[in-house]
Design a protein around this ligand. Sequence first.
Ligand code: DXP
Ligand SMILES: NCC(=O)COP(=O)(O)O
Length: 250
Amino acid sequence: MGPKNIIDLGINIDHVATLRNARGTTYPDPLRAAQLAEEYGADLITLHLREDRRHIKDADLINMRPLIATRMNLECAVTPEMIEIACKVKPHDVCLVPEKRQEVTTEGGLDVVGNFDNVKNATQRLIQAGITASIFIDPDEQQIAKAKETGATVIELHTGKYADTDGAEKLKELERIKAAAKFGHSIGLKVNAGHGLHEGNVKAIAEILEIAELNIGHAIVAEAVFKGWKAAIQDMRAIMLSARQAAMNR
Ligand SMILES: CC(=O)[C@@H](O)[C@H](O)COP(=O)(O)O
Ligand SMILES: NCC(=O)COP(=O)(O)O
């Protein structure tokens, strides 16, 4: 978290690339989106180079790397190809995520318990390359403890289930996220969160004091269609900051 920030906002630009790729045009340009996002208050830029390259392409990543003025957070699968690319491009942060070829979006967190050696090797390679390694994980104590054992210093809690459910199930998931954030923080990890967050559901997550950073993309790109990129980013930031400030004053 930046020294003056009470919570950071990472803008995920994947779905700017989705829109570009739908027509095979050069616009909208993810780099322009990233640079404007920084101007409008983004604390970092997040992008996910999927194995199938459905949105962000290798060229986006390479071109953008020297031009990101804040911090680049690359999300990628735990595969030799992706770890090789990450170690060459050297983003500030790399967040290891699970990937399934047929999924519409990331379903669940990485199973660190079941793939410990693989995740640990990838994490160690990233750290040796001078990259901050993060693991995208379900709000589950066992997974978090195992993530810490890989040597990673950061986790990102998957908020997708919280975002996709309603009523009692949503509240239960929120409690799981709160407990996971507390646990992760208590064992010395930086705890981030993201996935499926939007203006209507972000408040309760931003109120969790142990969470340092939120990564948000799809809903901000969607909201920008109606009110523009600047307002979509600044409105999200304002909701997050006021929720966090209120929680700090309680
Ligand atoms: C890991 C994650 O949560 C992000 O990558 C986000 O979901 C955007 O990418 P997709 O929409 O392709 O899953
Ligand atoms: N890691 C979560 C992320 O980068 C953004 O996810 P979403 O807001 O596009 O669902």
